[in-house]
Design a protein around this ligand. Structure first.
Ligand code: HEM
Length: 265
C-alpha cells in the first residue's frame, strides 16, 4: 500500500532542497556578476584615471577634481562600488568556507592552482583595500591631513600619495605594488570563471581562448596600475618640492640616511 504521508514529506523535503539550491544558484550568479560588471569596470576606470600621475601633479589633481565635480558621485560610489564590494567579499568568504579545502593536495594541477591563487589574491586584495580606503577616505574624514594633502572637493592629492610612496619606512609603495598585482590577478582570472558561470565559454576551445584574452587583459591592467605608481616617483618626491611633507625622522627627511644626500630648499 502506498504511504502518502511519507511521500508528501519526501516531496516537501525535495521541494525545499531545490528551492534552497535555486537560491544558492542565484546568489552565486549575482556574486560573479557584481565582481565583473560594476567592480571590474570600476577598477579599469580607476586605474586609467590614476595613470594621470604620468602627467604630473596638476594632471592628477585635476583628474580627481573632475571625478568628484558632481555631488551625486558619492551616491553612485556607494551604490556601484561599496555595496557590490561588501556583497562580493562577504559571499566570497562564505563560498570559500563551504568549498572542499583539500582538492589541491589531491589533484595538484594547474586549474586547482589557479583556484587557490584566486582565493589568496582575494585575501591580499582585501588587506590592500583596507589600507587604501583608510589612506584615501578615513584620513580625510578624520581631518588628519594638512591643507596641501586635501583638494577643495575633499579628496587626497598628488602630494599626499607622493609623500607616502617616497617614505619607504611606511612601506606604502610595496603595499601598492602587491595590492595592484593581487587585484589584477583576481580580476583577470575572475573573467575566465565569469565566462564559465554565465555559459559564455562552454567548450574547452572557447575556455582556452578566454584564458588568452584574460592574460592579455591582466598584463594591460598591471601595466596601467604600475604606470600610475611610477608617476608618483617620476614627478614627486625629494627635489620636486614634496620633501617638506616627508615624515620627520624618516629616511627621506633632511637628516635621514637618504635625505642627507639630497638637495633641500
Ligand atoms: C596607483 C594606484 C591607485 C591610486 C593612485 C588610487 C587612488 C585613489 C584615490 C585618489 C581614491 C579616492 C577617491 C577617488 O577619487 O577615486 C581612491 C579610492 C578607492 N580606490 Fe584607489 N587607487 C589606486 C589603486 C586602486 C586599486 C588597485 C583598487 C582595487 C580595487 C582601488 C580601489 C579603490 C576603492 C574601492 C576606493 C574607494 C572608493 C571611494 O570611496 O571613492 N584603488 N583610490
Amino acid at each position: 500500500m502506498l504511504n502518502f504521508a511519507a511521500m508528501s514529506t519526501e516531496t516537501a523535503t525535495a521541494t525545499s532542497a531545490s528551492a534552497s539550491s535555486h537560491k544558492a544558484w542565484v546568489a552565486k550568479r549575482i556574486h560573479s556578476f557584481v565582481g565583473i560588471v560594476p567592480l571590474g569596470i570600476y577598477v579599469i576606470l580607476h586605474l586609467s584615471r590614476n595613470m594621470s600621475t604620468l602627467g604630473g601633479e596638476k594632471a592628477f589633481n585635476d583628474a580627481i577634481l573632475d571625478t568628484w565635480k558632481s555631488p551625486s558621485h558619492y551616491l553612485w560610489t556607494a551604490l556601484l562600488v561599496y555595496l557590490p564590494l561588501i556583497y562580493h567579499s562577504v559571499y566570497g568568504v562564505v563560498l570559500t568556507m563551504r568549498a572542499e579545502k583539500t582538492n589541491f593536495f589531491k589533484y595538484p594541477n594547474f586549474e586547482n592552482l589557479r583556484y587557490v591563487f584566486q582565493r589568496l589574491s582575494a585575501v591580499g586584495m582585501l588587506g590592500f583595500l583596507f589600507a587604501h580606503i583608510f589612506l584615501t577616505r578615513v584620513h580625510v574624514s578624520m581631518g588628519w591631513l594638512a591643507s596641501q594633502e586635501v583638494n577643495p572637493s575633499g579628496q587626497v592629492t598628488f602630494a599626499y600619495f607622493a609623500t607616502h610612496m617616497w617614505d619607504f619606512t611606511k612601506g606604502t609603495a610595496i603595499v601598492y605594488v602587491l595590492g595592484i598585482l593581487a587585484t589584477v590577478y583576481h580580476l583577470a582570472n575572475g573573467v575566465t570563471t565569469f565566462c564559465i558561470s554565465w555559459g559564455i565559454t562552454t567548450g574547452a576551445k572557447a575556455q582556452q581562448r578566454a584564458n588568452v584574452v584574460a592574460l592579455v587583459f591582466g598584463l594591460l591592467l598591471l601595466t596601467m596600475g604600475y604606470l600610475a605608481v611610477a608617476g608618483f616617483f617620476i614627478h614627486g618626491g625629494p627635489g620636486t618640492g614634496f620633501h617638506e611633507f616627508v615624515t620627520p625622522g624618516g629616511p627621506m627627511a633632511p637628516d635621514g640616511f637618504i635625505g642627507k644626500f639630497l638637495p633641500h630648499h
